[in-house]
Design a protein around this ligand. Structure first.
Ligand SMILES: NC(=O)c1ccc[n+]([C@@H]2O[C@H](COP(=O)([O-])OP(=O)(O)OC[C@H]3O[C@@H](n4cnc5c(N)ncnc54)[C@H](OP(=O)(O)O)[C@@H]3O)[C@@H](O)[C@H]2O)c1
Length: 341
């Protein structure tokens, strides 16, 4: 298990994988890995220019590598998670052009930026990291339901598993170890009374987990085969920390973050392994995949456990209700009554 690497991924020919934030960091490396295994990867990016630039880089690196198929299937599309309209347009476009989505990777994110609001008036970290992905998942759910899934392609999948039927799609939600610093305050989810940029990041990442686990409970209650799996990358050297520094306006923070990334950050190609594992390996719905190395901050993927707050069912249900009301997006299953108390 500790030695799992992307080389263990199954053949993904014929599958469709959607990756949010595909132009940078973990999303970029995830896109590259899925595409090299033969998947069609829909690169959901807030900037189509940056997405196309990233797609070109991925294609060029494949063309220069004798071990890679040079003809990667990449489809760059606009999806700004800070806009419910953009999410709706993206989902409508996908429904028009695709029959099914086998894997949705809810990966994009922002970290510890000064308070701002999305187009719809949500505090940006909560709005992009959680609410945007909630809305996107709901809007893509019909496409996920019609998918054959990775397991339809993989002979390695055990037919004995009763929890997850073969031929099922997956939703992978990228959280962070920072969820442990998150606290749900349902009286001020939009951070209007007070704002701490790190606290807001922690809460958005806790919300990712509450959502991922609640989604699995609702899927199970509706007896659907789809799996919702959560993961975190440990500490990876990406633009996430550099954007935090840029937006702080403090040049010293840029120097500090660059240094910290160089010393402590693992390569994004390794940081993305928990997401790749959650998307393609033999893993149960509701699992939490994390790096198995030093302090779960680096190394190859393993199954772990997030903090107790992330498994709080009452908070998860409240968050689901709030998110439904805030985004206006409903899922095609699961009334509250159908869930265990
Ligand atoms: N790197 C780490 O050590 C670490 C640790 C724990 C968790 N994570 C999580 O990993 C995920 C990926 O982060 P990363 O490290 O790969 O950072 P990154 O290199 O900064 O990538 C973040 C991606 O999210 C996109 N994004 C930001 N706002 C968006 C919006 N409104 N709509 C759509 N996309 C948007 C960015 O697009 P632009 O390029 O256009 O800004 C970028 O493609 C995040 O959810 C983060 O919380 C990372």
């Amino acid at each position: 298990m500790a030695d799992w690497t992307p080389a263990d991924m199954p053949d993904l020919e014929g599958t469709t994988v959607v990756v949010t934030g595909a132009n940078s960091g973990l999303g970029f490396e995830g896109t590259r890995a899925f595409a090299r295994r033969g998947a069609t990867v829909v690169m959901a990016c807030r900037s189509v220019d940056r997405g196309e630039h990233a797609a070109t880089e991925i294609r060029e690196s494949a063309a220069a590598d004798p071990d890679s198929d040079p003809d990667l299937d990449l489809d760059v599309r606009k999806c700004d998670l800070a806009s419910l309209d953009s999410i709706r347009s993206f989902a409508e476009g996908l429904s028009a052009d695709y029959d099914a989505v086998d894997v949705l990777c809810n990966n994009a994110g922002v970290m510890a930026i000064p308070r701002s609001e999305t187009e719809d008036g949500f505090e940006t970290q909560f709005g992009v990291n959680h609410l945007g992905h909630f809305a996107l998942t709901g809007r893509l759910f019909d496409l996920l339901l019609t998918a054959d899934g990775i397991d339809g392609k993989s002979a390695a999948r055990s037919a004995a598993s009763s929890r997850t039927g073969s031929g099922a799609a997956r939703i992978v939600t990228q959280s962070s170890g920072a969820h442990e610093q998150g606290e749900m305050d349902f009286a001020d989810l939009n951070w209007e009374e007070s704002y701490g940029k790190w606290k807001a990041y922690g809460r958005s990442k806790l919300a990712n987990l509450l959502f991922a686990y609640e989604l699995q409970r609702r899927i199970d209650a509706a007896d659907l085969g789809v799996r919702s799996v959560a993961c975190h990358p440990g500490y990876a050297d990406t633009d996430l920390q550099m954007r935090t520094a840029r937006e702080s306006g403090n040049p010293l923070m840029t120097v500090g973050m660059r240094l910290a990334n160089a010393v402590f950050g693992q390569d994004a190609a390794v940081g993305v392994e928990p997401m790749l594992y959650a998307a393609t390996a033999d893993v149960d719905g509701g699992a939490y995949v994390e790096p198995g190395g030093f302090m779960n901050m680096r190394g190859h993927p393993t199954i772990g456990r997030s903090n107790d707050a992330s498994y709080d069912r009452a908070d998860a249900r409240r968050l689901w209700e709030y998110s439904t009301e805030a985004t206006g997006v409903t899922f095609p299953f699961g009334s509250e009554e159908s869930l265990d108390p």
